[in-house]
Design a protein around this ligand. Structure first.
Ligand SMILES: [Zn+2]
Length: 213
């Protein structure tokens, strides 16, 4: 391992949390309703990262889209997205291969869009309400975040920017994220936006080849 690689690695300790964003069947399984291209590839990479984090005494938190059957978040109800992450369905379940070693924070439960792990915005009124994540991090004494998961250009980006807004140093695991790319280049633009917010981007060689998607 080179010096550069070792210095770029997030140093996990009891004040660090790994945030695993939306690794759910609808996004991470090719049969999912909103499959993120090559999203399934992040699962083993994230599991390795979870093991590293837990071994070092860090906390791991998970976010989960948890939508009602109808919400202005969905195209059929006037929004943007195919139906996904519906409460109590297979699509909303965390990917069965994902190691779950910490609390799961659900978002969008009352029809909000729920892109960020920290907050949910009502797509009609624009009102924003917090999820339990901020309080959970505070109670756990977490001061530094490492973020990975799906999808780069939506929930990962929103979670990272919200984390930066709240003053956390944030490292994004560049190889353990994947983009929707609804418009070509969305993923790259999201990475630039996260970087511009002060987040560090780490692409660890050990995490395997990047998809380019
Ligand atoms: Zn959603």
């Amino acid at each position: 391992m080179s010096i550069l690689e070792s210095t770029a690695m997030p140093a996990y300790d009891a004040t660090t949390a790994l945030i695993v964003v939306d690794v759910q069947n609808d996004f991470a399984d090719p049969r999912g309703s909103l499959h993120v291209q090559t999203g399934e590839q992040v699962v083993p990479l994230i599991n390795e990262e979870i093991a590293r984090a837990l071994a070092a005494g860090a906390r791991v938190f998970y976010t989960q889209d948890w939508h009602p059957e109808s919400t202005p978040h969905f195209a059929k109800d006037g929004g943007t997205w195919p139906v996904h992450g519906v409460q109590e369905t297979w699509g909303a379940e965390l990917h069965p291969d994902l190691v779950v070693g910490g609390p799961v924070v659900r978002k969008g439960s009352n029809g909000e869009d729920g892109y960020s792990g920290f907050s949910m915005r009502d797509p009609v009124s624009g009102e924003t309400v917090p999820t339990p994540l901020g309080d959970l991090l505070g109670e756990a004494g977490v001061t530094t975040l490492v973020v990975c998961g799906l999808a780069t250009d939506y929930c990962v980006k929103a979670t990272v920017l919200d984390g930066r807004d709240r003053g956390y140093p944030v490292t994004v695991l560049g190889n353990a994220i994947r983009a929707v790319n609804l418009a070509p280049g969305d993923g790259d633009r999201a990475v630039e936006e996260m970087f511009a917010s002060g987040a560090l981007l780490e692409s660890r060689a050990a995490l395997g080849p990047e998809s380019g998607g």
